[in-house]
Design a protein around this ligand. Structure first.
Ligand SMILES: Cc1ncc(COP(=O)(O)O)c(C=O)c1O
Length: 362
């Protein structure tokens, strides 16, 4: 999945409450002194209800403090293994909660349609299949072959269109209108609520985390972590991670308003965002400690480190948090730190090239 705008239904728009705050909260981006912050995306009761929905399909994922990783960094490094879900990525949590609400409201209509680079596109058909709802997924040309195969295996009708995510998204909207299919956005409060269930698991399992690193594509993961951290009253710093080749969220965080880029050509396709969500940016500006940019070389190195130190396979976006931690190694000495290994869906050829010491080009 990667970035473009999104359409929020009137129902979902009501879920998000905007509160004007006087300061930037704990975020250090150059946000305006008086600005809005999205609060009450969900409360703890709603989060527990979301956990019940998620639990029907996903047991709690493990978190391990791998000793080799800790030794390498000089810190206690806890990995949250979101690569160990039925789709190999955290996104399924959001899909399950989204589908549950859509089906309960009778809004699935003639089926759903969405656009994706991959993990969102596995999440929605996997979740929809549990309710017998048909899903069409539009991907751009050149999308990961094995992610495409997995989407189809979960029952999606796959449509290949356009040169990047945004062109695929526009086609999904056109096709959805033409065929009467309901569009599933890439960022939505229900998706955040579902994804946030991993944050609750992580914070409950590992106490006193100093910092957690999480990648930002459209922002559901980082917004989930920030919101749960705040709901639990914790001091943990949340650090967002983007690619130097797709820095839209980092630029937006610094500017305090949405800044788009013309390209997002990173092999870490999960963070290939050009157009940030204003709603996600509100939460990130209010609650993220900083945003770190990592190069494709650093991401490839982090994938190799995951392999050698834990023997887990991480896709580019999944390894980006570790890449950021490796960049900030000195700053994190002796601390208890978390990294979200949020996906392991990388094509075999790409992974082979990375393990051979190369950085894939796009
Ligand atoms: C593996 C992986 N990491 C990170 C992201 C970015 O997630 P978000 O859109 O929640 O920021 C994605 C998005 O699809 C992903 O697949």
């Amino acid at each position: 999945m990667a970035g473009g705008g999104h359409r929020r239904s009137p129902k979902q728009a009501r879920v998000i409450i905007l509160i004007v705050r006087g300061t930037c909260g704990i975020g250090s981006g150059r946000c305006p002194a008086t600005r809005k912050r999205i609060r009450d995306v969900f409360d703890l009761n709603q989060l527990e209800a979301a956990t019940t929905i998620v639990r029907a399909a996903i047991p709690p994922t493990p978190q391990y403090a791998w000793p080799l990783l800790g030794k390498r960094i000089g810190a206690e490094v806890w990995v949250k293994h979101e690569n160990h879900t039925p789709t190999g990525a955290f996104k399924l949590r959001g899909g399950l909660v989204y589908l549950d609400h859509v089906v309960q409201l009778g809004d699935a209509g003639r089926g759903l349609i969405t656009a994706t680079r991959g993990n969102h596109g596995q999440s929605i058909p996997c979740a929809a299949a549990r309710h017998g709802v048909a899903v069409t997924v539009v991907v751009p040309n050149g999308n990961a072959v094995e992610k495409n195969a997995a989407m189809e295996a979960f029952g999606a009708r796959l449509v290949v269109y356009g040169s990047d995510f945004d062109e695929a998204r526009e086609e999904a909207e056109r096709l959805g209108d033409a065929e009467g299919l309901a569009m599933v956005p890439s960022f939505d409060s229900l998706l955040v609520r579902g994804v946030a269930t991993y944050a609750l698991e992580f914070f409950n399992a590992v106490k006193d985390l100093d910092t957690v690193y999480v990648p930002i594509g459209m922002g559901s993961g980082v917004c989930g972590l920030i919101t749960v951290r705040d709901l639990l009253g914790l001091e943990t710093k949340i650090v967002g991670v983007v690619s130097t080749k797709a820095p839209a969220y980092a630029l937006s965080y610094e500017a305090g308003h949405v800044v788009t880029t013309n390209s997002a050509r990173t092999f870490a396709d999960g963070v290939a965002c050009r157009v940030p969500s204003p709603d996600a940016l509100e939460i990130i500006c209010g609650g993220a400690a900083r945003i770190v940019q990592v190069s494709d070389d650093e991401v490839a190195e982090a994938m190799r480190v995951y392999h050698s130190d834990t023997h887990n396979m991480a896709e580019g976006a999944g390894a980006a948090p570790l890449a950021a931690l490796m960049q900030e190694r000195e700053r994190m000495q002796g601390k208890r730190v978390g990294v979200i290994l949020c996906g392991g869906n990388v094509d075999s050829a790409v992974y082979a090239a990375v393990l051979a010491g190369k950085t894939p080009s796009v």
